[in-house]
Structure formats: structure tokens, C-alpha cells
Design a protein. Structure first.
Length: 73
């Protein structure tokens, strides 16, 4: 957002409005859908591709890892 010259005040105000439970549910949905869509047979490759996809969508790596661990148990 900084590249689009959005002020720090506006960024912080918007981030505070995000419900963390809803955010986590959205990330779970994104990861679950991507896992189902993936044609990759090898789990670690599938996991890597799903992780790269979620990162490219702007989600945090630590949250992605948490959900992937649960998904691949």
C-alpha cells in the first residue's frame, strides 16, 4: 500500500478493523481450496506451491505454516 502512496495512518486504521478470526477463516478457505485444486502428487511439493500462492496473496508465513501443518497431518 505504501507503493500506492497510502498514508501510514490509513494503513494502520484499516489493519485494526480486520477481525482476526475472520482473517484466519479466510486463509483456511484459500489454502483448502488451493490444496483441492492442486494436481501435484508429492505432498511436500504441493505444500510448497500452496504456501507460495498464499504468500503471493499477502498472508503471513507463520499463519500459513500453522494451517498447512494441520492440513497435512
Amino acid at each position: 500500500m505504501k507503493q500506492k502512496k497510502v498514508s501510514d495512518y490509513s494503513i494502520n486504521k484499516a489493519l485494526k478493523q480486520i477481525d482476526s478470526d475472520e482473517y484466519y477463516k479466510v486463509l483456511e478457505k484459500v489454502i483448502t481450496r488451493k490444496i483441492k485444486e492442486s494436481k501435484e502428487k508429492i505432498d511436500y511439493k504441493k505444500k510448497y506451491k500452496v504456501m507460495q500462492y498464499a504468500i503471493s496473496r499477502g498472508f503471513e508465513t507463520s499463519l500459513i505454516n500453522d494451517i498447512l501443518k494441520l492440513s497435512f497431518e
